[in-house]
Ligand binder design. Structure first.
Ligand SMILES: Nc1ncnc2c1ncn2[C@@H]1O[C@H](COP(=O)(O)OP(=O)(O)OP(=O)(O)O)[C@@H](O)[C@H]1O
Ligand SMILES: [Mg+2]
Length: 264
């Protein structure tokens, strides 16, 4: 009998304190390969801070983060990206004056390996990776458009392409559909579904609950840096604390109906 594979990611008693504020407080969870973990919770719950901790942008003040059995808690962000964790941001982040393709080429070039001599040619491998990432999000054909001229949906897809160009095993997405209309949200959901099918493990933060519950295999709701719910999406609408702290009665009932319809 073979031993069960270890989790892809383990957060063990992770905390992030800003002075007296415990933005993330003693949080533990595992993530297995192929899962989509959806994180929700009120403003200020500590969701983005958790991503900052995992991605090394703002390291934990306590606890450990393990990725593929390796302690990455204190690694710098570029090393964590090179190890196979990519992320997108709540606010759009791109090089406005660079073309769409050049934005993704930069990510492909710097996102996989240490580059001691930036400025030398990007090379065919990074160029191919950029092309694949643009195709994966459906932006092929807009290569030469300056990123600053793109509409909001395309900017969000571009940020996702940049993350994919680093060939992650784990992708963290922070409010990927915030500010999109329902049709654009559906479009984005299809793109994410294809990424899941390609074998990338995902953690996504989202306030748009329809998006969160339809994509996630498991959901975690945070409040004041702690977990108040973890389990299947269907359990959310019958959890008293989640309804009181986050969803409210009306939204909870609408979400419940949506999940019943989706289940047929
Ligand atoms: N660099 C920082 N310095 C001090 N406090 C911070 C810092 N970053 C975040 N915080 C605080 O930590 C708490 C958690 O913030 P965080 O951005 O993680 O919330 P969030 O769950 O992502 O909220 P939202 O849904 O609004 O994006 C908030 O009280 C916030 O003000
Ligand atoms: Mg946030």
């Amino acid at each position: 009998m073979t031993a069960a594979r270890p989790p892809l990611l383990t957060c063990n008693r992770v905390s992030k304190h800003f002075g007296a504020l415990a933005a993330v407080n003693n949080l533990s969870f595992d993530l297995r390969e192929g899962e989509v973990l959806g994180i929700g919770g009120p403003n200020g719950a500590g969701k983005t801070t958790l991503f900052d901790v995992i991605s090394g942008l703002n390291p934990a003040t306590g606890g450990t983060v393990m990725f593929e059995g390796r302690d990455i808690t204190r690694l710098p962000p570029e090393a964590i990206c090179h190890a196979g964790i990519a992320r997108t941001f709540q606010l759009n982040a791109c090089f406005e004056s660079l073309s769409l393709r050049d934005n993704v080429r930069v990510a492909a070039y710097f996102g996989r390996d240490n580059r001691r001599y930036p400025g030398l040619s990007v090379g065919k491998e990074a160029d191919d990776q950029a092309g694949e990432a643009l195709a994966a999000v459906g932006l092929t054909g807009k290569d030469d458009v300056p990123a600053g001229a793109l509409p909001v949906l395309d900017r969000k897809l571009l940020m996702l392409a940049g993350a994919l160009a680093t060939r992650p095993r784990l992708l963290l997405m922070d409010e990927p559909v915030g500010g999109l209309n329902p049709r654009e949200t559906d479009h984005f959901m299809e793109v994410v579904r294809r990424i899941v099918q390609s074998g990338v493990t995902i953690i996504l933060i989202e306030h748009v609950m329809r998006f969160l519950v339809q994509l996630s295999s498991r959901v975690m709701i945070m409040h004041h840096g702690e977990r108040i719910y973890e389990g299947p999406p269907r359990g959310l609408t019958s959890d008293r604390t989640v309804i009181d702290v986050y969803l409210g009665e009306g939204a909870s009932q609408r979400l419940g109906r949506l999940m019943e319809e989706a289940a047929g």
